[in-house]
Each structure stands twice: as C-alpha cells, then as structure tokens.
Design a protein around this ligand. Structure first.
Ligand SMILES: [Fe+2]
Ligand SMILES: [Fe+2]
Length: 232
C-alpha cells in the first residue's frame, strides 16, 4: 500500500493565521464562504462525496454556526444558535471518533498515534463545549468561551484537513471514501431535533452532555443497534 507520509506528526500546531481574523473563515476547505449558509438543508452532509470534502463541509458549518452566534445581538437568537452549534459540534466529534478515526487506524502506519492524539484534542474541546452549552447568552463569559473553543477547534480541524485526511484519502479508493462519508452521515441520528422528523424512534441521547460524556464504546454499541433510515 502506498505510504504518503511516515514522519512523526507534530504534537503542537500553531493556530491558523486566519484564526486571528474573526471575520474570516478558520478553515480553507474547498467550500467558499459564499456557500456557507445556516439552515437545515445546508447542514445535511454531502452523502456521496469523499470523506475529506465531507469533513471540510462539517467544519465550515460549525464555523458558520459560531459566527451566527457572534454576530447576533439578540439573546434569544443567540441561544437558539448556541443549541444548534452545540449539537452540530458534538455530533461531528462523535462521528469522527466512531467512523473516521477507526479508518485512520486501519489505513495509516501511524494511525493509532494519530487517532490517540485527535481523541485527546477532542477531549479538550468536549470539556469547553460542556461549559459553553450551560452559559446563558447574557453571561459575560459567553463570547470569550466560544472564541476559546473555536480557537482550539480551528487548530484541530486545520490539522485534520491538511495532514491526516489527505493521507487517509490517499489510501482509500473512491468507493471506500464515499462509504465512509455515508457512515459518517448516519451518525446524524444522535441529534434529537427536527433535523430527523422521520426517525422511527427517539434518538439515543437527549442531551449533548449525555452524548459527549458517554464512553465511546457504549455510543458505538448504540449506533450499531440504531435502525438506519436508509442505506445507500
Ligand atoms: Fe476532529
Ligand atoms: Fe473534524
């Protein structure tokens, strides 16, 4: 199998320069800022795309949600966006841990180290997310907490986009990559909202805290038992 890169990955990365410019995207995926929107349709992943553009799409959606919070001056609106942002980020993190990181482990020579480091970074993001989701939008800590969370997430996401996922793509056939994206899409069942009005039964988690604090093995068990709406 082709080995694209076998050097040890750096454990600390510098923030992306764009992370310092609050009005610019943190990430430089192939989806332009003009394509970023904030509605349910845009939140639906591109189920037939390869895994790298699908993850970039998720990252841009999360960034878009955070920007909606930061640019709004209406506390009620900020709270609604806060809820959606929290779920989107939580399910992205869990989806990667269930679907993408196992693929890293299976495909890359240093995949286990990469997955371990990513899970460690996720742990820090989850802890900040737990703090953020409980803050009232009128709390003076609300905006600084979100900015700190997005700074961490930006560094982490940039590394996924620029280093690990391109390496993973290099090891996968197109069909394998598309299958991975479809599997990631199925993790959307963890969102208990109107995003899944046709879900046959209640989603397995009612709260973000329940989802992100659950041991990943038990989340995986639930996910395997969940009645997938459609396989395609
Ligand atoms: Fe991640
Ligand atoms: Fe990610």
């Amino acid at each position: 199998m082709l080995r694209i890169l076998t050097t040890r990955l750096p454990t600390r990365l510098k923030p992306h320069p764009m992370a310092l410019k609050k009005d610019k995207p943190l990430f430089c995926g192939n989806i332009t800022s003009q394509e970023r929107t904030f509605n349910d349709a845009a939140s639906t992943p591109e189920t037939h795309s390869r895994i790298l553009p699908a993850i970039k799409h998720d990252h841009l959606e999360i960034l878009s949600h955070s920007q909606k919070i930061l640019t709004s001056t209406n506390p009620d609106e900020q709270t609604r966006f806060q809820n959606q942002f929290t779920w989107e980020l939580a399910r992205h993190i869990i989806g990667e841990e269930l679907v993408v990181y196992p693929a890293l482990i299976a495909s890359l020579s240093d995949g286990q180290q990469a997955a371990d480091r990513n899970r460690l970074e996720h742990q820090g993001i989850k802890e900040k997310l737990k703090i953020f989701q409980d803050l009232a939008s009128t709390d003076p800590r609300f905006v600084p907490t979100l900015r700190g969370l997005m700074d961490d997430f930006g560094i982490h996401a940039r590394h996924e986009e620029d280093v690990e996922l391109p390496r993973l793509e290099g090891m996968l056939s197109k069909d394998e990559s598309v299958e991975l994206t479809k599997s990631l899409d199925r993790t959307k069942v963890f969102v208990p909202s109107r995003s899944h009005p046709n879900a046959p039964v209640k989603p397995p988690f009612e709260s973000v805290a329940g989802l992100i604090t659950a041991p990943i093995d038990s989340v995986a068990d639930l996910f395997r038992r969940w009645p997938h709406e459609k396989k395609g």
